[in-house]
Design a protein around this ligand. Sequence first.
Ligand code: CDP
Length: 253
Amino acid sequence: MAVKKNLYTKRESGRAMDEVRPMTAKVGVVPSADGSAIFETGKTKAIAVVRGPRTLHPQHMQNPKNGVLRVNYGMMPFSVEDRIRPGPNRRSEEISKVTEWALSSVVDLSEFPNTVVDVFIQIPQADAGTRVAGINAAAMALAHAGIPMKEMVSAIGVGKIDKSLVVDLDKYEDSLFHDGEGSTDIPMVFTSRTKNLALLQLDGKISIPEFKETIELAKKACEKILVVQMEALKNVNGENGAPKGVPLEGNNG
Ligand code: CDP
């Protein structure tokens, strides 16, 4: 049987297959919050705001052994071409939950029993990769708030467009490309020091060897993202660069 040729040998954006979109990051963007950050990748923007730790009400939800991390993710109504109906929906609840799981693997609230730390993530503009941009912003906002963290996390969307493995899918690649083998989207989150996977989701089809390759691509991209996150935290947290929440030596190797 003849092998079908790859229909996605050049990216629509002109980027190399393993190239991330231009990134910017800044912390302290909401001065009234305990911690805040913005993370932008291409046209996708995510703002994260942290409040807490503060006593959790109602009391029956408190954990006497540990503080509770609570994440709320939402897209602004005009963040995409079709208006998004305000308020929670199935997608936003799923993303809030998986973000909570990813961040919980590094946040240590054992010193704050019976409290809650709230993380609000808002997407003012979306061009795919909003959950990973939200996680990047949230990790920075938590560190900025001085919440103890064992290490940082960095997140990226990788995947397969027809037969090509790509890094940092945009909306065209994520949702509009349907030819050949179509589009497979794999958001991944890596911890900064131990290089553990804190989150992996998979939407589509991919072979095991290709999947292993995407893990390596994601790891490399997360190294680049970590540099941007730490640089932004350094600019705010003083000359030694140590963000209040994260041990600096925990992020350099
Ligand atoms: O944003 P992310 O890639 O994490 O999640 P997704 O559910 O795979 O959505 C991919 C992209 O589709 C979003 O980033 C938006 O650009 C777009 N989208 C949309 O146009 N309308 C929606 N109701 C949801 C998503």
